[in-house]
Design a binder for this molecule. Structure first.
Ligand SMILES: Cc1ncc(COP(=O)(O)O)c(C=O)c1O
Length: 447
């Protein structure tokens, strides 16, 4: 029997009230969950209600909450020193770069630029791409999300609200269709390949013929799996064909792995499922279990900029490096395998659930990066935003934290070490919430 909490409780309500007066209203918040503490994949709110966390702080808490090894690493580092700045050196920053060199998804030596967030890792990649190639144009994709600073938000094209009121954006940015096989926006000729081929053909035959010359394009920035845009796994030919196009025109391929990286999909990097090597990888989120940290990891031959051309104060912060090194050790020593195993189990369970529920149009994903796409009906595949929102809310009332993405998708992005028992409990809560929502909303729509 799955029970509902009378949420928000009095303590949560009081904090949300205070928050409303002094914290920016721009943060998108769906549920009034106010955290007290967490352990592994479970979190408790200030009124004592217990939740399973399938949001993980937007795919950040890769080792779960308060992992004792990560906590110890941070504590030990804090006792030694908390900050020195990137003007000087420290060993953990070098160790972190050495580890990223070891696991980078390309053969060539990797060189790292450290940041505090994903958006800064993307900024670094865009600046390096222009600097190295001397070319002005940058290509991104509809549905892509890369962050909120001006370069990254200009490359982003997932919701108009991200751009409204902020223009003019960065010059020289062009967007093209992403190879979403569930809702393809271009016609596909099956004899000529899959929707990935159609998208790259469009880039080549339309964008590079009618809009910008290929030899003036510095980089193509792509998420190997769309994150905020709806947890979309692209059609199989998409990334290999992009790599081939970049090679032909001397364009850099930047993989934005801020959400999909660091073991979440069962490999270090999602791009590795496509067996191609990007030139630059952007990482953040799961890399340090929640301590703000990001990295731009680039092939050595691309990193041609000079001292002073790019920098920051906190890059390679010792606390972040300590947490990052411990995180990568844990991910390597079993959590990435768990993401693969529990992820496959959850994917299959959700796909079976889709057969029982008329509003679930598609279930897709790799490892513990799984999206459930809601539709008004399975034939039209029209996005059902209201159903998605109601299920997120219903799950919250029952003790499960979930986040939406895209227009009508719920994402499952729990810590990489979530045990199968908790995953099963989360699935049961999800289906209970979904059943109630369908009884109200789907029947109402059909009347
Ligand atoms: C793929 C991707 N890139 C970049 C970012 C921006 O990261 P941050 O919010 O740490 O700046 C995000 C955040 O959701 C993301 O999903």
């Amino acid at each position: 029997m799955i029970r509902k909490y009378p949420v928000p409780g009095p303590k949560a309500r009081a904090i949300v009230e205070r928050d409303r007066k002094v914290v920016s209203p721009s943060y998108p918040r769906d549920c009034p969950f106010v955290m007290s503490h967490g352990q592994g994949s479970e979190v408790w709110d200030v009124d004592g209600y217990r939740y399973i966390d399938c949001a993980a702080g937007i795919a950040v808490c890769s080792t779960g909450h308060a992992h004792p090894d990560v906590v110890r690493a941070i504590q030990q580092q804090a006792q030694q020193f908390i900050h020195i700045s990137s003007d000087f050196y420290h060993d953990k920053m070098v160790q972190m770069a050495e580890k990223l060199d070891e696991i980078a998804p390309f053969e060539e030596r990797a060189v790292c630029f450290f940041t505090n967030s994903g958006t800064e890792a993307v900024e670094a990649a865009l600046k390096l791409a222009r600097f190295h190639t001397g070319r002005p144009y940058l290509i991104g994709f509809y549905g892509g999300f890369h962050g909120r600073t001006y370069g990254a938000i200009s490359m982003t094209a997932s919701k108009p609200a991200h751009h409204r009121g902020f223009g003019p954006l960065l010059n020289g940015v062009i967007h093209a269709p992403y190879a979403d096989p569930y809702r393809p926006v271009l016609g596909v000729n099956p004899a000529a390949g899959d929707f990935g081929d159609a998208c790259v053909d469009y880039l080549e035959d339309v964008v590079l013929r009618s809009d910008v010359p290929a030899d003036e394009v510095a980089a193509i920035l792509v998420e190997p799996i769309l994150g905020e845009g709806g947890y979309v796994v692209p059609a199989p030919h998409f990334l290999p064909r992009l790599r081939e196009l970049c090679d032909r025109h001397g364009i850099l391929l930047i993989a934005d792995e801020v959400q999909s990286g660091v073991g979440r999909t069962g490999t270090w990097w999602a791009v590795q499922h496509s067996k191609i090597e990007p030139d630059i990888v952007c990482s953040a989120k799961g890399i340090a279990s929640g301590v703000p940290f990001g990295a731009m990891v680039a092939r050595q031959s691309v990193v041609t900029w000079e001292p002073g051309s790019h920098g920051n104060t906190y890059g390679g912060n010792p606390l972040a490096c300590a947490a990052g090194l411990e995180t990568l050790r844990l991910v390597e020593s079993g959590y990435m395998q768990n993401a693969r195993d529990v992820g496959e189990h959850m994917l299959q369970a959700l796909q079976a659930m889709a057969l029982r529920h008329p509003s679930v149009g598609d279930v897709r994903g790799l490892g513990l990066m799984i999206g459930v796409d809601f539709v008004t009906d399975k034939a039209s595949k029209a996005p059902a935003h209201d159903i998605m929102e109601a299920v997120v809310r219903g799950a919250y009332e029952r003790g499960l934290l979930l986040l939406g993405c895209g227009r009508s998708v719920i994402r499952f992005a729990p810590p990489l070490n979530i045990p199968i028992t908790l995953a099963n409990e989360a699935l049961a809560i999800f289906e209970d919430a979904l059943t109630e929502v369908e009884a109200k909303l789907v029947v109402a729509t059909m009347k």
